[in-house]
Design a protein around this ligand. Sequence first.
Ligand SMILES: O=C(COP(=O)(O)O)[C@@H](O)CO
Length: 262
Amino acid sequence: MDQKSVWVGTNWKMNKGPGEAIAAADALASFKLPEGVRAFVTPPLTSLKDVASILQDSPVMVGAQTMYWEDSGAWTGEVSAPMIAECGASCVLLGHSERRQNFGETDWTVNRKVQAALRHGLRPLICIGDLLDEYEAGVSQETLARQTKIALNGLSREDLRQVVVIYEPVWAIGSSGRPADPPFVSEIHTKLRSVVEEIAGHDGSIRIPLLYGGSVSRANIRDYVALSDVDGVLIGRAGWDPEDFMSLIASVGDLVSVKAGA
Ligand SMILES: O=C(COP(=O)(O)O)[C@@H](O)CO
């Protein structure tokens, strides 16, 4: 039976040059995570190796924000799973909506990347999300089920134990987004739980963590983490300052035991 944890990550996106990233990693290095919390940070590639090296003895995991599915070759500008792993990363964000919208990622290219990450021992942190017009048309669930099923297509049971799925409504992300209402997130995650259980089995031996992301802040983090089918959050702006990130993690530490008993 997979143990229940609360996951809290922060994605730095295209922020922090190497100097700032190293300073932030130094600040995170001495942080004592509350028991049962699994934390991760995804710095830009320019500081991935430095941040991973600073955090190598810390429980805070380090991941890349994207990668390509081939291992090497004539793919100018791309980086591969083995390169990311060699930098010391243990996970990688895949299919973030900013990649899907601005860089042409599709459900099927996300699947290729998921498979490549797993081949090289990287935990795929798979982002899925509905567009505003899909949300308004009431078809969010269909979009999310499709994205999830394709991302996980062809994975073995061992592979499924490694993946994390993150629901990030596109309309909730960034300064122009609005945080999704917790009851809506609860409904979506309950349905997502059935989708992943259809794939991984209903016996509970594999529990795929389902995270929420999109305008997570001090004001709402506990509302999301307290939901029974939400296993944690991915934070953007509110987590870029390492002190804020640590304080946000500390603010949900007590929910670990509440959820474990649920
Ligand atoms: O995109 C994300 C949400 O960003 P916010 O700034 O929290 O809206 C997610 O990937 C975390 O970076």
